[in-house]
Design a protein around this ligand. Structure first.
Ligand SMILES: Cc1cc2nc3c(=O)[nH]c(=O)nc-3n(C[C@H](O)[C@H](O)[C@H](O)COP(=O)(O)OP(=O)(O)OC[C@H]3O[C@@H](n4cnc5c(N)ncnc54)[C@H](O)[C@@H]3O)c2cc1C
Length: 373
């Protein structure tokens, strides 16, 4: 099979021009670039921990709006599914804008995951008097469990969203990307670029059009045929941000506190607890908890399990690869190698599944063996 390559991204030819006249290269006998990659040493003896988290998923996408409830204005920002970290500098900033628009100084933020912390940070920096109320604080939030690849994914059902929502969402994706850029390689924040590979057996629907615009994916190249990582027929390769949530959440929590936000650890059993708060403006970033607290039965868990391996300094690439045994993804962090690939819709269980641990360790081991084959 011939290898077809489309190069796109900032500074490259326009996508339209590329698509109309793709550069077609003859297969070469030279070694594919990825044969120089260090293989992931995926072995049960190198497993350090396995974490399970519940993504807060709504088929109609995240909720980002406000409503008047009695004497309070409640701003909602929850239900970000598999991309709550990714979208934080978009949705949380809009939530902060809605809260600022009420014109009051004192604001309550419910939730201390990435959405609540980012909203609190933005509001505190604007001079609001912010109190974060949350049952779980970092490192015990769902946000701490996440991978994290900066990529808007697994957060709505195509059949449930309107073109207007998609167009608004596109703007927020772009805001979110720009919001993260200043953190890349900033000491203590755990954000860095990886050489990412989205692999597939068939040409994916979004082949030529990645979420938010191709310019958000530096060095994007689309290749089909020989030479792709692990010999997959289709590959979208680009630089992607990897965010280590343990570093990142601690860092923005400190930033929020430095800007004046206070934290009060407490649980809200129902709406009357929320209505009893002294603040008249409340930003609701309770993630999956919003379902019970605000009576939203559209929000459901999407269970995910991640197995961490000992770190490998020489791994600077990442991938998402569908296999005959399910999807597998690998994100390198400075503190360890993250193996994932489970999306169990409607599953509430938080216990690690030993069969899944084996599937991941063996599956990634098999992929890694192709590098030295
Ligand atoms: C395995 C896995 C992998 C993931 N990978 C990625 C990824 O690669 N990229 C990405 O962008 N996202 C990823 N995600 C998704 C991401 O983790 C979530 O979208 C994100 O954490 C949601 O953030 P949040 O702040 O809304 O919720 P949370 O982090 O869950 O925070 C909710 C906060 O609200 C508080 N709260 C809830 N109910 C109450 C209550 N009744 N009273 C008081 N406090 C309450 C909680 O205690 C907590 O402080 C992944 C998730 C999982 C599970």
């Amino acid at each position: 099979m011939q290898r077809r390559q489309f190069i796109t991204g900032a500074g490259a030819m326009s996508l339209a021009a590329c698509a109309s006249s793709p550069s077609v290269r003859e297969p070469t006998a030279s070694k594919p670039y990825w044969k120089n990659f260090a293989p992931v040493r995926s072995d049960m003896s190198r497993v350090t921990r396995t974490l399970v988290g519940l993504r807060p998923y709504r088929p109609q996408g995240y909720r980002l709006d406000w409503e008047v409830m009695g004497e309070k204005t409640v701003v909602h920002s929850y239900g970000h599914g598999g991309c709550g970290v990714t979208m934080s500098w978009g949705t949380s900033v809009v939530a902060a804008d809605y809260a600022s628009d009420t014109g009051v100084e004192d604001v309550a933020v419910l939730g201390c995951g990435v959405q609540g912390l980012t909203a609190a940070l933005v509001l505190a920096r604007r001079g609001h008097n912010v109190t974060i109320y949350a049952e779980d604080l970092p490192p015990h939030t769902t946000s701490n469990i996440a991978g994290v690849l900066w990529m808007p994914t697994t957060y709505y059902d195509d059949n449930e969203v309107t073109p207007e929502w998609l167009s608004w969402n596109r703007k927020l994706i772009r805001m979110a990307w720009l919001g993260f850029i200043p953190y890349v390689n900033r000491p203590g924040y755990g954000v860095y670029w990886a050489d990412h590979h989205a692999l597939s057996q068939r040409q994916p629907n979004n082949w030529n059009a990645l979420p938010g615009g191709n310019d958000l994916y530096p060095e994007l190249s689309l290749t089909e045929g020989q030479g792709n990582l692990f010999d997959y027929p289709f590959q979208q390769r680009f630089k992607a941000m990897i965010i280590d949530p343990d570093y990142y959440l601690d860092a923005i929590l400190k930033d929020a506190q430095l800007a004046g936000a206070r934290i009060e650890q407490r649980s809200f059993s129902d709406l009357s607890d929320v209505m009893a708060l002294p603040q008249s403006t409340i930003v609701n970033c309770t993630g999956l908890g919003a379902g019970a607290l605000f009576g939203d039965d559209t929000i459901k868990p999407v269970r995910g399990q991640l197995t961490h391996l000992l770190p490998q300094k020489d791994i600077t690439y990442s991938y998402v690869a569908p296999t005959s045994n399910g999807v597998l993804y690998m994100f390198p962090r400075k503190t360890g190698i993250v193996l994932g690939g489970t999306t169990d819709y409607g599953e509430w269980g938080r216990d690690p599944n030993p069969d899944e641990i084996r599937r991941m360790v063996e599956g990634h081991g098999e992929l890694a063996s192709r590098i030295s084959a």
